[in-house]
Design a protein around this ligand. Structure first.
Ligand code: SF4
Length: 492
C-alpha cells in the first residue's frame, strides 16, 4: 500500500499522540458531527431505505461469490468497446503498467481524479520515481498534495485541516506546483475554491493523460462509473487524449439494474445528497468524443486472499461512502492518520489487515481500534458487519501471535496466551467428561470461596485490575437444582 504510510507506529501509539492534539480533535469533531447529522436526514427521506440496503448487500454478496465470472465478462465488454484491460497482481505490477503506459504517450505529467486505489498502491510516488508528475485535482486531495500531507478520511482527505490552515498551504505551496494563490487570499470558502479553480484549470487544459479509479464497473456493458461533487473528475475523464483507470477487482457489478441501487445509497451515505452532482460514465472509447485511448488496470493487491476468507470477505463489499468513519467514536478522537493506511476508520480497521496481512505491528493492532459499539454496522449502506469482522481478525491476530520487530524485520511470535487457553480448554474438557469430578470440584470452589483472591495474579492482573471478578455462589447450581427440584427436569 502507499509508501506514504510506511513506518507508521501501531495504532495505540499513533492514536495516543493524536488525542493530545486539540486542533485536530476540534476539526474532526466539527466535521464528523456535521456530516453524520446531514446523512441521517438524507437517509430518513427514503421509506425504502432498509430494502435498498438489503438489496445492496445481496448484490455485493452475489457478485463476490461469482467474481471470476463477472470479471471475465467485464474484460470482454471493455475490449469490445475499444478499451484495453490489464491485470495487476500487486501494487508494483500496477504501478509498472501505468508508468509504461504514460511513457508510451511521451508525456511527463498526468491529471488525476480522486482515487483510493491509486493511493493504495502509491502511484504518485511510483510515477515521480519515473520522472512523471501526477497532479491531484480533487480539492481535498490538492490540499493534501500541496501540504505534503497524508489523507485522513476516505471522502474528505483533508478533514483534519481547517480553513486557516488551507489558506496558509495555498499561499506558501501553490506557486511551486503551478499558478500561485491570488494576492491577499483569505480563508473564506469561496476564495479558497476560486484559488483552486484557477490553479487547476491550466492543468486540465494542457493534460494529455488522465488517471482515475472508478466507483463501479458494469460487467454487462464494460461501463465505468465515477461519482463526484466538484466537476474536476468530469474534466479529467473527458479532456485528455489517454485515460488510464486503476480499479480494484471488487468494484464490478453485474448489470445496470444493480448499479441503480448504489447510485441511490452512495450519495445519501457519503455527502448526504439525493444524487451526486456529477456522475460520469464511459464505455470504452468513442471516435471524436473524449479520450481516444482507454486502459483499464484491474488491481488485485490482496483482494483474492481477502475473498478466500468467508467472514472477512464482507470488507470487499464496501462502496467507500465513509459513513462508518463519521459515526465512529474511535475515529472521531484518533483521526485518520493513526490507522496507518489510506483506508482509515472502521472500514480501514478490517480492510487494511486483510489486504496487507496481520504480520506488521500496525496491521496487527488495527482490529483492536474499535469499541465494538456497532454504530458502523448500523449506518453501512451495504450492511457490512464490521464488528463481526473485527472480532474475527482479532482471533487471527491472537492465533498468529503478536508481531515483534527484529532489526528491520517484523515477525510473528507464537502467542503465549493461546497456549494457556488451549491448556485451560483441555482441562475443562476432561472435567466435563467426568460429572463426579466436576461436582466435587464445584463444591470445593464454593466452600473455599472466602479464600479466593479478588485480583488475578501475573498477566491476569491487568484484566482484573479494572473489573470485578464474578462472585462464587455458596452452593453450586447442580446441588441447588437437586435440592429444590429433586433432580427432576422441569421442562418435561
Ligand atoms: S464499510 Fe460501509 S459505511 Fe464504511 S465506507 Fe464502506 S460502505 Fe460505507
Amino acid at each position: 500500500m502507499s509508501g506514504t504510510f510506511v513506518g507508521m507506529p501501531a495504532f495505540p501509539k499513533a492514536a495516543h499522540e493524536a488525542v493530545h492534539n486539540p486542533t485536530l480533535r476540534a476539526n474532526l469533531r466539527h466535521a464528523t458531527h456535521t456530516i453524520r447529522a446531514k446523512r441521517a436526514r438524507a437517509v430518513a427521506e427514503l421509506d425504502d431505505w432498509p430494502a435498498l440496503r438489503e438489496a445492496g448487500r445481496r448484490i455485493k454478496d452475489h457478485t463476490l461469490r461469482h467474481l471470476d465470472r463477472y470479471l471475465v465478462q467485464l474484460e470482454e465488454s471493455v475490449t469490445a468497446a475499444g478499451g484495453t484491460v490489464h491485470w495487476a497482481a500487486d501494487a508494483d505490477e500496477a504501478n509498472r503498467i501505468v508508468a509504461d503506459l504514460v511513457k508510451e504517450t511521451g508525456e511527463s505529467e498526468v491529471v488525476k481524479v480522486k482515487s483510493m486505489a491509486t493511493q493504495e498502491i502509491g502511484l504518485n510516488e511510483a510515477l515521480e520515481a519515473e520522472g512523471i508528475r501526477a497532479y491531484e485535482t480533487d480539492l481535498a486531495e490538492l490540499i493534501v498534495q500541496l501540504g505534503k500531507d497524508r489523507p485522513s478520511h476516505i471522502l474528505v482527505p483533508a478533514i483534519h485541516r481547517n480553513r486557516g490552515e488551507i489558506r496558509d498551504i495555498f499561499r506558501t505551496e501553490m506557486g511551486a506546483w503551478g499558478r500561485p494563490a491570488p494576492e491577499g487570499l483569505t480563508d473564506t470558502p469561496a476564495e479558497l475554491a476560486e484559488a483552486a479553480r484557477l490553479h487547476l484549470r491550466e492543468k486540465f487544459l494542457r493534460a494529455e493523460v488522465g488517471i482515475s479509479g472508478a466507483n463501479f464497473m458494469v460487467a454487462e456493458t464494460g461501463t465505468l462509473v465515477v461519482v463526484e461533487s466538484e466537476g474536476n473528475g468530469r474534466m479529467c475523464l473527458t479532456l485528455p487524449r489517454t485515460l488510464i483507470s486503476v480499479v480494484g477487482i471488487e468494484k464490478v457489478v453485474p448489470t445496470w439494474r444493480d448499479l441503480e441501487v448504489f447510485l441511490q445509497t452512495l450519495p445519501r451515505s457519503s455527502t448526504a445528497e439525493r444524487m451526486n452532482p456529477y456522475t460520469s460514465m464511459w464505455t470504452g472509447t468513442t471516435d471524436g468524443d473524449g479520450p481516444q485511448t482507454f486502459h483499464l488496470v484491474l488491481l488485485d493487491n490482496g483482494r483474492t486472499d481477502t475473498l478466500a476468507d468467508q467472514v472477512g470477505r464482507q470488507a470487499l463489499a464496501c462502496i467507500r461512502c465513509s459513513a462508518c468513519l463519521n459515526v465512529c467514536p474511535v475515529y472521531e478522537r484518533a483521526g485518520g492518520h493513526a490507522y496507518g493506511s489510506v483506508y482509515p476508520g472502521p472500514i480501514g480497521a478490517i480492510l487494511s489487515p486483510q489486504l496487507r496481512g496481520t504480520a506488521s505491528e500496525i496491521d496487527a493492532s488495527l482490529p483492536y481500534a474499535s469499541s465494538l459499539c456497532g454504530a458502523c454496522y448500523e449506518v453501512c449502506p451495504v450492511a457490512i458487519d464490521i464488528p463481526e469482522v473485527l472480532v474475527h481478525l482479532r482471533e487471527r491476530v491472537v492465533q498468529g501471535g503478536p508481531a515483534v520487530r527484529q532489526g528491520n524485520k517484523v515477525l510473528l511470535k507464537p502467542a503465549k496466551g493461546h497456549a494457556a487457553e488451549r491448556a485451560a480448554m483441555r482441562a475443562a474438557r476432561w472435567a466435563f467428561a467426568r460429572p463426579g469430578v466436576l461436582g466435587a470440584g464445584q463444591r470445593l470452589v464454593s466452600r473455599t470461596r472466602r479464600l479466593h483472591p479478588r485480583t488475578l495474579p501475573g498477566p491476569g492482573r491487568a484484566w482484573s485490575g479494572t473489573r470485578e471478578l464474578p462472585a462464587v455462589p455458596a452452593e453450586p447450581f447442580r446441588d441447588w437444582w437437586q435440592r429444590t427440584h429433586g433432580g427432576k427436569d422441569s421442562s418435561k
